[in-house]
Design a protein around this ligand. Structure first.
Ligand code: NZQ
Ligand code: ZN
Length: 388
């Protein structure tokens, strides 16, 4: 292991079919007013809303309704949530939904009492809150982002022309998160497999960095193998509880700060994905799927040892009689075959990237000076063009 790090994850997780029962205990820790934040209404159709409201009522809470958090949540929506928090003196924001709703809740929690312009302070300058913040709790209904146990808050600001992530410190992590795999069973297949790829991408973004022998890589390989196994089952039979439960658990560990210990991380696929999301509003996991193969094939030579390791330890590629380049390329071919098998979007053109908006997408890509290769803008355009 290289480097110095602090590992501190304060989110308390409740996992399993009975997990919502623990909400009552958690609610005792907070004041009388709970803002119930959720998305476009899926929780009203599948009964989760009713179950959560019943718990809030039984606990005697005053509930402030906060509906309409959209996928790829916007800064305008965050500002609207901030006004609601201040007007109602909210004690807890209970986010019921996927990554978008939980990311939004963290953004609101940090921004409601911020005396500066939150977009500039947090998302552009990557500063940390110096004001009072509001507690966030989560009931997860869609698997993929890891937002249930991390400080990430990815917000789209179309006026500013960026979709940016801010990773807040542990004070902004959900205080608790309720993970009931049954709650994810109504997620449409397209969203479900997008989430599967998002998990794989989080694992790869952290894995493809560094040269040292690192325990963290062994953990990541185990999670990747479990994900590949369970996703093959779930893509064919989404109602397979065991597979969905395994994937839910994998998603949480894929991005809850454990896997960055001793690793620098890459995250360029996410930067390109966010730029596509900004311009097309496409589903996050699909934006990543559409650019990952061109990106990894582009940087494979710069981090060859790790791509060889990926091929052997994740996909079981046999190295005998093959060059390192051949082994590494075979690993990426296995990744491609798995992506096709579970049914993710393979081309950014299908998401709305065109020759006309390609430059706008490239302009919105943050180029990070980490990973095995720092891209030039021309390389970003090349990768985007290959991805179409
Ligand atoms: O809005 P509702 O009606 O709830 O419908 C949602 C939404 O349309 C639906 N859905 C969720 N649970 C459902 C369900 N439909 C039926 N049954 C259920 N049980 O699914 C759609 C997508 O939801 P969303 O929350 O947008 O998906 P996801 O969890 O993939 O979140 C994506 C957002 O998270 C950010 C992404 O950039 C994107 O903005 N990310 C957050 C990260 C973090 N916090 O660390 C890291 C990630 O890399 C990612 O960037
Ligand atoms: Zn992601």
């Amino acid at each position: 292991m290289n480097g110095n790090f602090v590992y501190n994850n304060p989110t308390k997780l409740y996992f399993g079919e009975e997990s919502l029962g623990y909400l009552a205990e958690e609610l005792k820790c907070y004041g009388p007013t709970v803002m119930l934040s959720y998305g476009g209404g899926s929780i009203k159709r599948n009964g989760i809303y009713e179950a959560v409201v019943a718990q809030l009522q039984a606990a005697g809470k005053r509930v402030v309704e906060d509906a309409g958090v959209m996928p790829n949540p916007t800064y305008e929506k965050v500002m609207e949530g901030c006004r609601k928090v201040r007007e109602n003196d909210v004690d807890l924001i209970l986010a019921v939904g996927g990554g978008s709703t939980i990311d939004y809740a963290k953004g609101v929690a940090a921004s409601a009492y911020c005396e500066e312009e939150p977009w500039e302070k947090y998302w552009v300058k990557q500063g940390n809150p110096t004001c009072k913040t509001v507690a966030v709790g989560a009931v997860l209904t869609m698997v993929g982002t890891g937002s249930e146990m991390n400080g990430g808050s990815v917000i789209t600001n179309r006026k500013a022309g960026f979709k940016l992530g801010k990773v807040f410190g542990p004070a902004l992590y959900p205080k608790f998160a309720i993970l009931n795999p049954r709650y994810t069973m109504t997620v449409p297949q397209y969203q479900m497999v997008a989430g599967f790829f998002d998990i794989m991408s989080h694992l790869m973004e952290q894995y493809f960095a560094g040269k040292a022998d690192c325990t963290t890589d062994y953990i990541a390989e185990g999670l990747m193998r479990s994900l590949v196994h369970s996703s093959r089952i779930a893509a064919k039979n989404p109602q397979d509880y065991e597979a969905r439960a395994n994937i839910m658990w994998t998603a949480t560990w894929a991005l809850n700060t454990l896997l960055k210990c001793g690793k620098g991380g890459d995250w360029e696929v996410h930067q390109i994905g966010h730029a596509i999301g900004l311009v097309t509003d496409a589903t996050h996991g699909m934006t990543l799927a559409s650019v990952s193969l061109p990106y990894y094939r582009h940087v494979m030579g710069d981090g060859l040892h790790q791509f060889v390791r990926f091929a052997r330890n994740v996909w079981g590629v046999r190295p005998e009689g093959k060059s390192d380049e051949e082994v590494a390329a075979e690993g990426l071919a296995c990744l491609e075959a798995w992506m096709r098998e579970i049914g993710v979007v393979m081309h950014s053109g299908e998401l709305g990237v065109t020759e006309e908006n390609l430059q706008a997408v490239a302009d919105a890509v943050l180029i990070l000076p980490v990973g095995y290769r720092t891209l030039t803008r021309d390389e970003v355009v090349e990768i985007l063009r290959e991805s179409m």
